[in-house]
Structure formats: C-alpha cells, structure tokens
Write a protein that binds this ligand. Sequence first.
Ligand code: IPE
Ligand code: IPE
Ligand code: MG
Length: 259
Amino acid sequence: MSIEAKIRKDLQLNEYEETIFSKIDWKNCPKHIAIIMDGNGRWAKSQGKPRTYGHKKGVDSIHSIVELCGKIPVEYVTFYAFSTENWKRTESEVSMLLGLFSSSLKKYLNQLSDQGVRINVIGDLSKMGPKIQKEFLDANEKTKSNTKICMNLALNYSGRADLTRVTKEIALEVSSGKLDLEKINEDYISQKLYTGFMPEPELMIRTSGENRLSNFMLWENAYSEFYFTDVHWPDFREVHLFEAILEYQNRNRKFGGLC
Ligand code: IPE
Ligand code: IPE
Ligand code: MG
C-alpha cells in the first residue's frame, strides 16, 4: 500500500489537512526528525489544570507522532523529554515526570514493539535511578531488532554534557596511547555521541513558541532546518508534523554552498 493510502486509511483528514498532506513529497522526507516538546505547563494552565495534567497529555502526542513516523519514510524520531537542567524544577514535578516516563513505557512497550518501533535513550540514564534505568535498558534490548522507526528519548540529556563526556573519552584514549591525535576528526567525534549511530536531524521542531535550543543536540543540529510553532506540545498532532515536513521541503538547504 502506498504511504498516501496508508495514512488516509488511518486518519480522517479534513480539507485543510488534505491540502497540506497532498503537497508533501515523500521521496524528500527527513530521515531524522528531532522534537523539543515544549509547552505542557502552559497548555495545562490554559485549561485551568495543574502542570502535571499537561505532561500526561503530552504522552498522547508522542504516541500519535511515533505511530505516524512508523508509516512515513522517517527513520529516526527524537523527543527531548527531560534535560539535565530540568532537575531545577520542584521535587514534586520531577518525581511526577519520572513516574510518567516509567508508567508510559510500561503502558506502550508491547504495542510499540509490535509496531516495529525500536526504543533508544540518549542522555545519562544512570542519574534517573536504577528502576528507570533498568526499564529503559530492557525496552532497548527487547526492541533492538525493530526496523520500522527508531524512537529516541532524550532523558537527563544535555548537548554540552554529551560533548564533555566524549571529550574525556577521547582524551583518555590519546593519553593511554590507544588513539593517535591525528585520528581525531569530526566523524570520530560524531560517532561517539549518544546519537552516533544515526544520521543528524535534518528537521528540528520546537513547540510552544520558544525560539531556542535549550542545550539540545548542539553538535548534531549544525545544519538542521529549525521549525518553530506556537502549538503547545499536548495539542501537537499529525497535521502539525505534516506542516513541519512541508515547510522543510520548501527550504533551500545550501550547507554553505551557493545553490
Ligand atoms: C515541556 O513542557 C516538558 C518538559 C520540559 C519536561 P514544559 O513543562 O517546559 O512546559 P512550559 O514550558 O512550562 O509551558
Ligand atoms: C526544554 O524545555 C527541555 C525539554 C523539552 C525536555 P524547557 O522548558 O526545559 O526549556 P527552557 O527552560 O524554556 O529553555
Ligand atoms: Mg518549557
């Protein structure tokens, strides 16, 4: 079945959605999309609800987007779920978020695995406690042969921390005589990052109207196309991803060249 037919079978597209959708060139789809899921708190506030309600609803958005990405030619989708700076939030919000990561994984693991989703974590899981660490490592192991889509969750993630970790690793290799200084190049650094086994994101989306990276994939985003939308993450659905992909396809990516 063609991509178009598959999507139309599963989603009831309204007239506007159909207009966007029909303009997308599926042969020119980003292989890797990275998303800074922002605005859960503001969305909840707009509903007169506590921030935690926004985080819970945000999980539904992840679910919809992963499912969609499994049907289109995207190979990797990365969600920024918890930054190293997010520990600054109140203890109760942090503990709610950690509980939500764990319960959502439990709730969706089998379904995602059956759908061919490979689950991978980028970030320092060791600081998230042994229970969460084990749950995500087990999920990674269980789904490692799945090929439909690789879902990366950035947990306790920081772009600077990742580069610092890699710098130390390389320094140790050089000082112990295992690595020649001349062998250090951009590819060598890239493949040592958490994202080393995947292509760099061609499209980086941030929701909720903030126009910044907040320490997300600093190295990998060097030539990504940035797409900012005012939509809060809990409202983000398939049509918003279609809009982002279409906008991406209308950009002129020059990589420093002239065309
Ligand atoms: C994103 O939503 C989720 C996380 C950072 C964990 P926020 O919680 O940052 O929502 P706002 O920005 O306060 O609205
Ligand atoms: C970025 O959102 C981190 C995640 C989405 C996990 P924040 O809400 O933490 O970022 P700032 O504080 O607005 O930069
Ligand atoms: Mg925020």
